[in-house]
Design a protein around this ligand. Structure first.
Ligand code: GLU
Length: 487
């Protein structure tokens, strides 16, 4: 029995913009499939558009994928046996195959102008025909071609596409797809011998890089029959195809440009964790048979199968991404969370690592994104100003509020600094609060400590601040009471 061919998959991003979530999803599904099948995952850079391709974008795509732990076996940075892995470095290879098609008369030079083509299209449409290139230049003799070239006429190279044939393929996600060649017409494959277009370059690269499965976005379905025709003309084998469902917004419309084009770096700056993004994107069009939601990349590999990828559009819901992020923030080991939060922490907060750890531990419960940390935790590091009236519970006057705060302070002063922990604080204060009235005592105490209308509870805050700072803040609140509330 012949050995099963080793799986080889690729992504072919164009470095014409920053890494965005659509590319990451395609990369992830390719990566999962490669890992699951013990195969090879390749990155090939499609930089034939020299005007728009920039090294900084390539660098951003590669470094972004690395941050997500999506790693590749062959690519422009790591090399491999079938390089180069940048299309701009493969011109000679394409030249050879374009020449082959021209020599074999499977492709021809076309000199039709834009205007000619427009005219032709209009005429076909008016006759109710499917608009396609009519093949005018197919009939040019080599002498005519030479003369037109000599005269410097603009040209492209077209593939001769047979008429009336059905091109059929079995998409691993979408099932059987067939197209009549008459709806395609003679495809433009290159601008000249050394300037191939996407459909041509992709076919040559996929063949030479021994790609077994092409897994990419559904927007490429219409390119597939064209690529199959080109592969057929070149005598190449054809890979398996799997087209991933479109990414849609929650109302099932096309995803907005904003979401689609927001770069991965923006998500990181906003405080989304790479693990959460991977988890979210992994479930964008696929889910494991046990419907597990929180799932690591390793588990995804174990459970992944292309057959379980859905045909229907995958809904991109921002609140779902927030939910994943929240879950990862809540459950990640504290040390790791502190390290990940580092870029979001003001420098001077880091001078007190113990307080920082305690603040992180408390705020993680309410943090959807790391960028919220500063606002949630500022009360632990800075005494913000607030109006004295904030201390008043149910319109209690400043005198009464002051007495209550003094009562609380007196009780707290008895607790030694090294025993200033939540449990001890509660044991000391709660019996008093029950006696006096919970709101009456706890509201002024909490607002004195936080300076905020909404905040974590007083015991949590005090356990982070420690004794000196807690009493200091209560003293300041008492002073505010002495000065009277400004109403
Ligand atoms: N450059 C194309 C894209 O990023 C590649 C498509 C393909 O995988 O063939 O959409």
């Amino acid at each position: 029995m012949p050995e099963k061919e080793p799986v080889r998959v690729r992504i072919a991003p164009s470095p014409t913009g920053f890494l965005h979530l659509g590319t990451i999803r395609t990369a992830l599904f390719n990566y999962l499939f490669a890992k699951k099948e013990d195969g090879v995952f390749i990155i090939r850079i499609e930089d034939t558009d020299t005007q728009r391709s920039l090294p900084v974008y390539e660098e951003g795509i590669l470094s972004g994928l690395k941050k997500l732990n999506i790693t590749w076996d062959e690519g422009p940075d790591v090399g491999g046996p079938y390089g180069p892995y940048r299309q701009s470095e493969r011109t000679e290879i394409y030249q050879k195959y374009i020449k082959q098609l021209l020599d074999e008369k499977k492709a021809y030079w076309c000199f039709c102008s834009k205007e000619d083509l427009e005219e032709e299209k209009k005429a076909m449409l008016s006759q109710g025909l499917f608009p396609k290139y009519g093949g005018t230049c197919r009939r040019l003799t080599p002498e005519q071609v030479a003369a037109k070239k000599e005269a410097g006429q603009n040209a492209v190279i077209r593939l001769m596409v047979p008429t009336g044939v059905t091109i059929e393929f079995d998409d691993m996600i979408r099932g059987s797809i067939s197209v009549n060649s008459d709806t395609i017409g003679d495809i433009v494959i290159a601008k000249n011998e050394s300037a191939p277009l996407y459909n041509f370059a992709v076919v040559v690269d996929d063949e030479l890089m021994k790609i077994t499965h092409v897994i990419r976005g559904e927007d490429h379905i219409s390119n597939t029959p064209k690529q199959m025709l080109i592969a057929g003309a070149l005598g190449f084998s054809r890979p398996h195809y799997a087209h991933l469902p479109l990414i849609l917004s929650p109302d099932r419309s096309k995803l907005s440009k904003r979401n689609l084009e927001t770069s991965f770096d923006e998500y990181l700056k906003d405080g989304y964790l790479p693990q959460a993004i991977v988890n979210f994107l992994g479930l964008l069009g696929w889910h494991p048979d046990d419907d597990q939601e929180i799932i690591s990349i390793e588990e995804m590999i174990r459970k992944f199968s292309l057959r379980r990828v859905q045909k229907a559009g995958a809904i991109f819901a921002m609140d779902k991404l927030d939910w994943f992020n929240e879950q990862y923030i809540k459950t990640m080991p504290l040390e790791a969370l502190i390290a990940t939060l580092d870029p979001f922490v003001p420098l001077h907060w880091k001078e007190n690592p113990q307080r920082l750890a305690a603040a992180v531990n408390i705020t993680r419960e309410r943090m959807k994104k790391l960028s919220e940390f500063q606002e949630l935790a500022v009360l632990f590091f800075e005494r913000g100003d607030y109006p004295g009236s904030l201390l008043s519970w149910h319109d209690a006057d400043s005198k009464k509020t002051k007495t209550l705060l003094e009562t609380a302070r007196g009780a707290l002063a008895d607790i030694p600094s090294d025993a200033f922990v939540q449990k001890n604080l509660e044991e000391k204060i709660m019996p008093l609060a029950d006696q006096i009235g919970r709101g009456d005592l706890l509201w002024p105490l909490r607002t004195a400590l936080s300076g905020q209308k909404n905040s974590p509870g007083p015991f949590e805050i005090m356990s982070v601040l420690g004794k000196d700072e807690s009493l200091g803040r209560i003293d300041r609140a008492i002073e505010k009471c002495s000065a009277g509330f400004d109403r």
